[in-house]
Design a protein around this ligand. Structure first.
Ligand code: NAD
Length: 473
């Protein structure tokens, strides 16, 4: 019987995932461990390190009962029956495969530590997104570094949550995927993990596969979602050139039951820590297997995403009489999507840098992202991925031309234009008449998420640009 679970890595995945297991399995002790002292102390405080609707309530309910956050990684790994590894797997920045391959440094060090401290048999669960066949590598590290008396079963259990809705996704997942090997012990391990999820997930939603299919399915899943966004964004560019309206096109597509309605909103581009990283990982795996055409196919998804961001920047500059130099542009929203404070790979970084490169003065407002985070993101000198259209913008540090506000009316005061870069619900409730009166004229709105009431804004007097719609005065 499983008595103790340890989750290594207390980030966007580890924190919420382990908390939901603790909530649904009151008889199991769940410890979430991390090498970052600041992250763990935030998890143990009133100000959690990440914002997710519904997360705080679960933490308050379980923390100190069967859910514990700790930096004592070794103790909790030693005691656990099942170890979930939720560490980060970013894109490699140097060496072989730099800019594409997944960096498994954190995973490898977690595996070596598990082998070092374990004295009883363990089930090791890959929760992080990893390249297909990583389980083989992990097994070698575990077996070669342990004392020979400990047996490991490695399962792939990739996480499908979306930030902003993680808690809902975890409480009511559309599927849980468990990949394991065919051996008797492999199948027993699958059953143990399945029994944990069965506490709240209907059995027909728990899919079991072999390990490699599970590992690849996660990469495929993110690649397909990102591809869908790039597809609708590519259509939005065509709409702007032809007079078609992307909202109408999306509506038609969404009624096709073969396509479904989700991920059909045109926008300034996708962001987040996963889509680009996982597609690049897929590209690298394809290239390593000699599948150059397949690799090129997936690369296009990122190229279109880059194109969408640069197209938006260009639209802002050309609409504002071919220069934004010295003009104040209010940026509403900085996180990569609503209901999260996460800014990793947010399109706002590239758009802001693109505008700063043309000497704009930016006043940024986001309800959940701190000034410190915004400044850190904008001063980062990112290494662009191969042939990136946004390469120039990504290298630009113009943070001196940036002000960050806690009030939307302060941010928009005296601005020449507004760029909406995150679809926060509160942006629909702003008093745009008041905003218009405080702005320089003509006053522009560039809605990078197609969330505002364009007719109302035009009635007030704004010049409005929405993605995939004709620019009207
Ligand atoms: P994150 O950076 O927020 O968290 C990772 C944590 O692991 C960090 O706090 C880090 O300090 C810790 N860590 C690293 N090495 C460690 C070690 N040896 N021992 C203990 N702690 C260690 O990352 P994340 O967003 O939670 O993503 C984790 C994994 O899940 C990635 O592989 C990602 O691709 C995948 N994933 C992410 C999402 C998402 O929406 N963020 C969704 C599904 C899957």
């Amino acid at each position: 019987m499983v008595k103790k679970i340890c989750g290594i890595g207390a980030g966007y995945v580890g924190g919420p995932t382990m908390a939901v297991i603790a909530l649904n399995c009151p008889s199991i002790e769940v410890a979430v461990v991390d090498i970052s002292h600041s992250r763990i102390s935030a998890w143990n405080s009133d100000k959690l390190p990440i914002y997710e609707p519904g997360l705080e309530q679960i933490i308050q309910q379980c923390r100190g009962k069967n859910l514990h956050f700790s930096t004592d990684v070794e103790k909790h790994v030693y005691e656990a029956d099942i170890i979930f590894v939720n560490v980060n797997t970013p894109t490699k920045t140097g060496g072989r495969g730099a800019g594409k391959a997944a960096d498994l440094t954190y995973w490898e060090s977690a595996a070596r530590m598990i082998a070092d401290v374990s004295r009883s048999n363990k089930i090791v669960v890959e929760k992080s997104t990893v390249p297909v066949r990583t389980a083989e590598v992990i097994e070698k590290i575990l077996v070669h570094n342990s004392n020979g008396k400990v047996e490991y079963q490695i399962l792939s259990n990739p996480e499908f949550l979306s930030e902003g809705t993680s808690i809902q996704d975890l409480l009511n997942p559309d599927r849980v995927l468990i990949g394991g090997n065919d051996s008797l012990k492999g199948q027993e391990a699958i059953q143990k993990l399945k029994a944990i999820y069965a506490n709240w997930v209907p059995e027909d939603r728990i899919i079991t596969t072999n390990v490699w299919s599970a590992e690849l399915s996660k990469l495929a899943d993110n690649a397909f979602l990102a591809q869908r966004i790039s597809s609708i964004n590519a259509m939005s560019a065509l709409c702007e050139s032809t007079g078609a309206d992307i909202s109408q096109v999306s509506c038609v597509l969404s009624k096709n039951t073969k396509l479904g309605s989700r991920y059909l909103n045109a926008s300034v581009g996708f962001g987040g820590s996963c889509f680009q990283k996982d597609i690049l990982n897929l590209v690298y795996i394809c290239e390593c297997n000699g599948l150059v055409e397949v690799a090129n196919y997936w690369k296009e998804v990122i190229k279109v995403n880059d194109y969408q961001k640069s197209r938006f920047v260009k639209k802002v500059i050309t609409s504002m009489f071919n220069t934004v130099s010295g003009k104040k542009i209010a940026v509403l929203g900085f996180s990569f999507k609503k209901d999260t404070s996460d800014t990793r790979k947010t399109p706002a970084i590239d758009v802001c840098k693109g505008l700063l490169a043309d000497n704009a003065c930016l006043s940024i407002y986001d309800p959940r992202v701190s000034e410190e985070q915004i400044r850190r993101d904008l001063s980062m000198n990112e290494i662009p991925w191969e042939n990136s259209i946004m390469a120039e913008a990504m290298r630009f540090d113009g943070t001196k031309q940036v002000s960050v506000y806690e009030d939307v009316y302060e941010a928009t005061k005296d601005a020449h234009g507004i760029c909406v870069l995150t679809e926060w619900d509160e942006f629909k409730e702003i008093d745009y008449q008041r905003v218009f009166e405080s702005m320089e004229k003509p006053a522009f709105v560039f809605d990078g998420r197609n969330v505002l009431d364009v007719d109302k804004l035009r009635e007030i007097g704004f010049i409005v640009y929405s993605i995939g719609k004709p620019l009207k005065q």
